[in-house]
Design a protein around this ligand. Structure first.
Ligand SMILES: [Zn+2]
Length: 313
């Protein structure tokens, strides 16, 4: 991506938009809401509804301030755990400098009033217009779609590596994304198979499968390990009727060959989707089993409680 080029050496003096407008095709203009929510950092983007006229602060001079929209963002606070409205905390950067303005925007979740989202931006309003260009230096928490907690739990210590893969995928870097995901699966092979064994035991799978899964754990490479597992997984762990371990295996071995970036991007996407679905199946299988176990013991306890009270009377 060449869009952000130039900021390394001249962050303010020479706005990138000026050079880009003539030389390169620009992505279509978006609203500021769309830009903040859905455009990854390091991109120069034309924004339609950037500024509003603010006549109060500057007497008879027409001055412009940033038009700040509320945003809908995912909030990870324990009371929220989903999309919530975030509102800007305070202040309105003014947009009257022809060279552009650097600013931070801090949003806070309207529900929990605790979680924040911070953007670092360079904004230049087009002369005599409410539109302009915005460059996103970065945001905190980092840009990227939500990654389910169950998947993060499954891959454990390789969380950061996985998120790097996710960011590569978002930016269309197929070989990069594939490489990160493959590393995560290879590194966490033992952990993933541990979970499968735990679920298989709970689901009362035969000893043959458990033995094969344990043998697979001893193999160094995930791809080789999965070839060892011939017995069928319990049905509740299957994805669309297929063994997720075999699906991961075929995606991982495919990408080892000399593939294009686009092909690797598709594989990376498939690996992530299968891994996510698999983590959900595993967690659900263990939860269902725990629930069933607790229901059975409660029923048994109630029964023995009934009989003892009958005996007392
Ligand atoms: Zn919240």
């Amino acid at each position: 991506l060449q869009r952000g080029k130039g900021f390394d050496t001249e962050p303010i003096e020479r706005p990138v938009a000026e050079q880009e407008e003539s030389s390169q095709e620009e992505p279509p203009p978006v609203t500021l809401t769309d830009f903040l929510q859905n455009v990854p950092p390091s991109t120069m983007t034309a924004v339609t509804d950037l500024a509003v006229a603010d006549r109060y602060t500057n007497g008879i001079f027409r001055s412009y301030v940033l038009a700040i929209p509320p945003l809908v963002l995912r909030c990870n606070h324990e009371v929220c755990q989903g999309p919530r409205i975030f509102r800007h905390r305070k202040g309105r950067p003014d947009l009257n400098d022809d060279d552009g303005t650097n600013c931070f925007m801090t949003y806070i979740c309207s529900n929990c009033q605790e979680r924040e989202k911070i953007y670092s931006l360079w904004i230049r309003r087009t002369k005599d217009a409410s539109s302009g260009h915005v460059y996103k230096f970065g945001e905190l928490p980092e840009y990227g779609p939500h990654t389910p907690g169950r998947l993060i739990t499954l891959i454990g210590p390789d969380r950061e590596m996985f998120l790097k893969g996710r960011r590569s995928e978002i930016q269309g870097l197929g070989i990069g994304a594939f490489g990160y995901y493959r590393r995560v699966v290879e590194n966490q092979k033992i952990r993933i198979l541990d979970e499968v064994i735990r679920a298989a035991q709970k689901l009362r799978s035969g000893p043959v499968l458990i033995e094969q899964l344990k043998a697979a754990q001893r193999e160094t490479q995930f791809s080789k390990a999965i070839e060892v597992v011939k017995a069928a997984l319990p049905e509740s762990l299957l994805i669309d009727g297929h063994n997720p371990l075999s699906l991961l295996h075929s995606a991982l071995s495919d990408g080892l060959h000399d593939r294009t970036d686009e092909h690797c991007l598709q594989l990376a996407h498939n690996i992530r989707v299968v891994l996510t679905a698999f983590s959900e199946r595993l967690a659900q299988a263990l939860k269902d089993e725990a629930e069933l176990h607790s229901a059975v013991s409660q029923l048994l306890n109630a029964k023995s409680g009934d009989s003892s009270s009958k005996g007392d009377s």
